[in-house]
Design a protein around this ligand. Sequence first.
Ligand code: NAD
Length: 373
Amino acid sequence: MTANAIFPAEHPDITFSSESSTLFSRCESMNFGDLHFKWDAETQLRAIIAIHSTKLGPALGGCRCLAYVSEVDAINDALNLSQAMSYKAAITGLKQGGGKAVLMKPPTIADRKKYFQSFGDFVESLGGRYITAVDSGTNPEDMDYIASRTQYVASTSRSHGGSGDPSPFTALGVRYGIEAAVRHRLQRETLTGLHAVIQGVGHVGYYLAKELHKLGVNLTVADTDGTAVKRCIDEFGTSAVSPDEIFSVPCDIFIPCALGGVINPKTVKKLNCKIIGGAANNQLSDSTLDEILAARHILYAPDYVINAGGLIQVSLDDPVEIEARINDIPNILDEIFTRAKAEMRPTGAIADIIAKERFYASAPTLSRPHNEG
Ligand code: NAD
């Protein structure tokens, strides 16, 4: 990621005006939950923790640290991502609630240790209702700093006895999900000889490129970070195009592994693929895109299902159970694809229906008050 990159809202859902705020009505429509803010002058920490729900367990979700265009954009990201975490946990059968932390990254972080320790104090102040983890812009070493202030942190580094970077597990789940999508859309049992394009070859995208290269997939990649692109060219012999060109490359599978909102009214017209399946959260800028993709016979593997491998790994301790749950991701996708075809509805809509069915059918697992249900 370039140091100066700034991120506009992935979903421009909330607007604020002097006369009224739509924040609470938006929270109501999303069945929230609570929002927490921290400003720390010493470290320049501007942090938001969104807890969508603790109905199924403590809210678990990554900590993003990105340079946002505005506070509203950061709040939108936190709201949307934490709701998706609730659905992700429910649809994969994990006893976790949905939460997410968004840090508005300053131009420079003078002391990374103090910055993340200050965030650790913030997480601790919520008493375990929210557990943080690695996400875009953070790494296991940052989680170690947080762990010096709170126990409510996952994916600390392996040298500190933690579970480390969840990205390889996310990538594995995405690979299995792509294989399921290929069986449904292309009636093929293997990926050999197919052409996939990966947008964003950071943590997850790199591991996924490695997996797909091993399976004989021809790869084209794009990233705003030239070093990340070069690594894929050198190690896997991939082709590369500019970030703007990636949408229109003719391919079998389009794999979003950068940030959310990348499938939007502008980019959807350019897509020249049969399947979309990648790690990025909140890939569709709005729900109408789901229908447009279905009408164009592009099979969309819903993001919060196909990318659940990382959550599974940070949520569970037993390696056997982790493996079994990741192996189950293609089965959940099979159910979604089959039901979508039978009901002639888009796959994203079907995923939401199944996630909500499981969310509301589940008994609360905490005795403390929860947000939904
Ligand atoms: P990352 O920051 O390591 O990688 C993202 C990559 O995308 C970076 O290399 C960045 O330079 C690149 N990028 C940014 N904007 C781009 C653009 N416009 N075009 C092309 N490339 C661009 O993040 P990550 O951990 O690999 O996560 C990627 C996505 O997957 C995020 O949306 C994240 O929330 C989601 N996700 C990650 C995990 C995980 O285990 N890391 C789990 C579930 C979901």
